[in-house]
Design a protein around this ligand. Structure first.
Ligand code: SF4
Length: 355
């Protein structure tokens, strides 16, 4: 068994190594508590820290814990967990790859077999689309667009990249970020797996533990994050209107103000966010926001549901996610769950940075 497979269990060769061991998952979960324990740790650490933790000292345990973790994630079958888990596996792979690269530069040679960028490119069948240059890499624009599709941040937009002869120029660290996307897509693919009852019964306790960890996370999670680019389409449209100085009907003004209040914005912050509006009436907005918050009224009003938004004509630009939720807050929660936490820039922090 190669240590390489234990460190990078998503590789095709690692999968073949597991198959060559000729040991059924059901047998592992029935007999090897250490593997199951490390599989649970992979998932719990993914939820807590966004990575899957230190590898187990035994390569066999580390390698087998990966398919078992995938089975547990499938049994829990929560969209947020699957995304966080896939993200964490991919981030861990990127960190290990970066570490391996510094090791091979610093030590010139090492005992351990290492994964190279070239091997990874051919693993994902994109070796022909990426070329090493003196300054970093040049990536075929189609491949770039596929891999950067989920990346937020202006620096990833094609208009902001150097493009020549159908190739996008990247620094080597940026290429690693894109490779991480490819790893994530592979880990995500096929989840949730169909799990036979016999295996599911053995993993009952593991599933319970992961569900508890998820519930704790939900309790701890506060939607106190303001990322306008992740707002539901209806709220983005209303915010745009406010900022352009368009007149908003009372129900629309109420909808956007209650939404912003629900995601933890203070009256002052909402007034600041609205202030781009040339027709802005600060006193009236302040009064209205305070009223919605319950500061000047006995009732704290909550954000209208999608059904109410639709009945007032405030539901616009619906997208695929809208089809799966019934409340604008649920949309925003799902977007925050899916986002890579390192890439989230809170509007309030960005404002503080500018001032
Ligand atoms: S479906 Fe709901 S979240 Fe989506 S745009 Fe309409 S009101 Fe907003």
């Amino acid at each position: 068994m190669k240590q390489l497979h234990a460190r990078y269990p998503f590789l095709q060769s690692a999968r073949e190594a597991v198959e060559a061991m000729d040991v059924a998952i059901v047998e592992i979960v029935q007999t090897d508590e250490t593997v199951v324990e490390r599989a649970i740790e992979r998932i719990e650490t993914a939820l807590d820290e966004g990575v899957v933790g230190e590898p187990h000292r035994r390569d066999r345990v580390e390698l087998l814990s990966y398919p078992v973790a995938r089975v547990i994630v499938s049994l829990v079958d929560e969209h947020a967990l699957t995304r966080k888990y896939a993200n964490a596996e991919a981030r861990t792979a990127q960190e290990r790859l970066e570490y391996d690269r510094t090791q091979s530069v610093e030590l010139k040679s090492t005992q351990r077999e290492q994964l190279t960028v070239e091997t990874l490119l051919s693993e994902f069948d994109i070796e022909g689309a990426v070329r090493e240059t003196p300054a970093g890499y040049a990536v075929d624009v189609g491949t770039y667009l596929d891999l950067a599709a989920d990346k937020r941040g202006d620096e990833w937009r094609l208009v902001n990249r150097k493009l020549s002869d159908g190739e996008v120029t990247l620094e080597s660290t940026e290429l690693l970020v894109l490779i991480r996307q490819a790893v994530k897509q592979r880990i995500d693919a096929g989840l949730p797996l169909a799990v036979p009852d016999e295996i599911a019964a053995e993993l009952d306790g593991a599933v319970r533990r992961v569900n508890e960890a998820l519930a704790d996370l939900d309790l701890m999670r506060d939607i106190d994050t303001v990322v306008p680019e992740l707002f539901p389409p209806c709220m983005r449209a209303l915010l745009d209107d406010v900022q352009k100085g368009e007149h908003l009907e009372h129900h629309s003004r109420f909808a956007i103000a209650s939404f912003l209040t629900s995601i933890g914005m203070t009256t002052d912050e909402i007034v600041d966010l609205f202030q781009v509006n040339p027709g802005f009436g600060e006193e009236a907005t302040r009064y209205q926001v305070d009223h919605i918050r319950g500061d000047t009224s006995p009732t704290e009003y909550s954000t209208p549901s999608c059904a109410t938004m639709q009945s007032y004509g405030d539901c616009v630009n619906m997208d695929d996610l809208c089809e799966t939720i019934a409340h604008p807050m649920a949309y925003y929660e799902a977007k925050l769950d899916d986002a890579d936490e390192d890439e989230l820039v809170d509007w309030r922090e960005a404002q503080a940075g500018e001032s």
